[in-house]
Design a protein around this ligand. Structure first.
Ligand SMILES: [Zn+2]
Length: 101
C-alpha cells in the first residue's frame, strides 16, 4: 500500500502536491512550513492564537482578582527608548504592597 504522499498523477492542491513542497499551505504565506511557524507565526492561525492568549490572560487575571489583587490587563506602555508595547497583566496587592507583571 502506497503512503499518503507516494502515489502519482495528482492534481494541484491534492495531498501529493501538498506533500511535494515544504512551503506553508496557507495562501499568501511563503514561509517553510514548520511546527513553530504553524503554531506561532503563520497568519492562518493568528486569530486562534490571539483568542487563546486572551482567554489564558483573562483566566490568570480573574484568579488574581479572586485572591484580592487589583488587576489591569493589556496596559499600553512606552519604554525609555520610546518603543511601545503592552503589558499583559499588572497585578497589585494593595495590602502587602507587592506587584506582579
Ligand atoms: Zn504560513
Amino acid at each position: 500500500m502506497a503512503g499518503l504522499c507516494e502515489s502519482g498523477n495528482e492534481p494541484a492542491g491534492s495531498l501529493k502536491a501538498i506533500c511535494n513542497t515544504t512551503r506553508c499551505r496557507h495562501p499568501g504565506c511563503s514561509e517553510t512550513e514548520t511546527l513553530g511557524l504553524v503554531l506561532g507565526f503563520c497568519k492562518k492561525g493568528e486569530l486562534l492564537r490571539n483568542n487563546r492568549h486572551h482567554r489564558a490572560r483573562t483566566a490568570i487575571a480573574n484568579l488574581l482578582r479572586n485572591r484580592g489583587w487589583e488587576v489591569h490587563e493589556e496596559i499600553h506602555c512606552v519604554s525609555e527608548d520610546d518603543s511601545h508595547s503592552r503589558v499583559d497583566i499588572i497585578a497589585i496587592n494593595r495590602r502587602t504592597r507587592k506587584r506582579w507583571s
